[in-house]
Design a protein around this ligand. Structure first.
Ligand SMILES: Cc1cc2nc3c(=O)[nH]c(=O)nc-3n(C[C@H](O)[C@H](O)[C@H](O)COP(=O)(O)OP(=O)(O)OC[C@H]3O[C@@H](n4cnc5c(N)ncnc54)[C@H](O)[C@@H]3O)c2cc1C
Length: 394
């Protein structure tokens, strides 16, 4: 079945990047279809720490009400632990909120802006239609199928590359040598046992197999998310066994009760696209490239790059694709996400417990350095204090 008339833009993937691009284009008066293979609200592997940089992108795009409506926590401490050694750093401006709540709120905002949302549909890139260079999208939901032929396609599919049919023009994804895999789970508050950290803290444990972050979500559940070396996972006999070893080294234990969500793994984390798109197609967010989650910057990168892409995608819808657009997007994206030196350095440090021990000592001795690193990772703008709901002083 071919749906007519055709939208101006189809965005595939309703994570933070896709929802924000779709929202921005709809506000410009374009007809946008946002497709996701899942149905929100949905759980997703993530450390759930939204940095101040990401939150301020949302505020700048008129979504302050969304940020304020999220019932997240604002921890003031980050505990870094390598085995028995630990250092506590001040944390400001980070909002801990479940991806179930955040992504659903962003999707609602996109819908309110006029975006047509198709949930439960998996998209595949087809070849180019006649008339304009954007690829046709083939959507499938169970036995149902439809095609969308838009002027611009935005792929915001996270770590899963948008599948392509034979003949479709799509960039290659290069997976980094020795890339770690991500993993995550959520335990209910009453089953988390020794894993439940002080809600005012985010805890990061690092060991020879990788690292794991623990935080408390808005309903008191404990969120765990981390990155592990696949060889260590194989040697330990699986993800849970590897996590159990990491926890034991820090004096913690996996709960006996099963998690509410997970344990679930992700594809290899460190990746980049050979080009950030193809004629009529832009890649944004993790789909264009990702490194590792230790510094909790992924959502900020996704939101910043989505905000940068929106005016360019709108321009291409209006005047049609020209070959220079890919170069312009490449330059814009590089300027937005930068060279990500902090996470590259942290990734290198976490590959050696000896280096990690030395880094912890350095951070403990130089509070100025730790403050500036945290500011660099999360962003300089602290979130405003929680709103005063009732003024008792009157
Ligand atoms: C273990 C771990 C911990 C992390 N911790 C943090 C953290 O604390 N803070 C932080 O800022 N970032 C963190 N990140 C990174 C963050 O999760 C990502 O950077 C962010 O989700 C990227 O957003 P996105 O919109 O690009 O993609 P995603 O959020 O991954 O969204 C992609 C969407 O595309 C949909 N999709 C995929 N393929 C198709 C298809 N073919 N058809 C239709 N729909 C499709 C998916 O269902 C999904 O909804 C972490 C990542 C990992 C792996």
């Amino acid at each position: 079945m071919r749906s007519r008339p055709d939208p101006d833009c189809v965005v595939v993937g309703a994570g933070p990047a896709g929802a924000l691009v779709a929202h921005g284009l709809a506000l410009k008066g374009l007809w946008v279809v946002l497709v996701d293979r899942e149905v929100h609200p949905r759980w997703k592997v993530c450390g759930c720490c939204l940095g101040a940089r990401g939150a301020s992108v949302l505020r700048d795009r008129g979504l302050a009400a969304v940020v304020d409506s999220l019932d997240g926590r604002r921890p003031s401490r980050l505990d870094l632990r390598v085995d028995a050694q630990r250092v506590t750093l001040p944390l400001s401006g980070t909002l801990v909120v479940s991806r179930t709540a955040l992504d659903a709120a962003l999707l609602d905002a996109a819908r309110d802006a006029g975006v047509t949302v198709l949930e439960g549909w998996s998209a595949t890139l087809g070849s180019t239609a006649t008339g304009h260079p954007a690829p046709i999208l083939h959507l499938r939901r169970g036995d149902e199928a439809q095609q969308l032929d838009a002027r611009v396609v935005v792929a915001a599919t996270g770590l899963t590359p948008l599948p392509a049919r034979a003949g479709a023009s799509t960039p290659q994804i290069r997976v980094g040598h020795q890339s770690r895999i991500g993993l995550g789970a959520v335990y209910d508050a009453h089953t988390a046992g020794s894993l439940r950290p002080d809600p005012d803290r985010v805890v990061m444990l690092a060991g020879p197999a990788g690292y794991l972050g623990l935080s408390v979500l808005e309903d008191g559940a404990v969120n765990l998310a981390g990155a592990l070396d696949p060889d260590a996972v194989r040697a330990a006999g699986g993800m849970e066994a590897t996590v159990a070893r990491l926890l034991t080294r820090a004096g913690l234990a996996l709960p006996d009760a099963p998690p509410r969500h997970g344990w679930k793994g992700t594809p290899a984390l460190t990746r980049s696209a050979t080009r950030p798109g193809a004629p009529g197609l832009f890649l944004v967010g993790d789909a264009a490239g990702y490194l590792e989650p230790f510094t909790g910057e992924g959502m900020s990168w996704a939101l910043e790059s989505a905000a940068a892409l929106t005016p360019l995608a709108a321009e291409v819808v209006e005047r049609g694709w020209c070959p220079a657009d890919l170069g312009r997007w490449e330059a814009l994206r590089r300027r937005t996400v930068g060279s990500r030196t902090l996470i590259r350095t942290v990734s290198w440090l976490t590959r050696s417990p000896r280096r990690m021990h030395a880094a912890l000592k350095l951070l403990a001795w130089t509070p100025g350095l730790s403050r500036s690193l945290i500011r660099r990772a999360t962003g300089p703008t602290p979130l405003p204090p929680p709103r005063l709901l009732q003024d008792d002083s009157a």
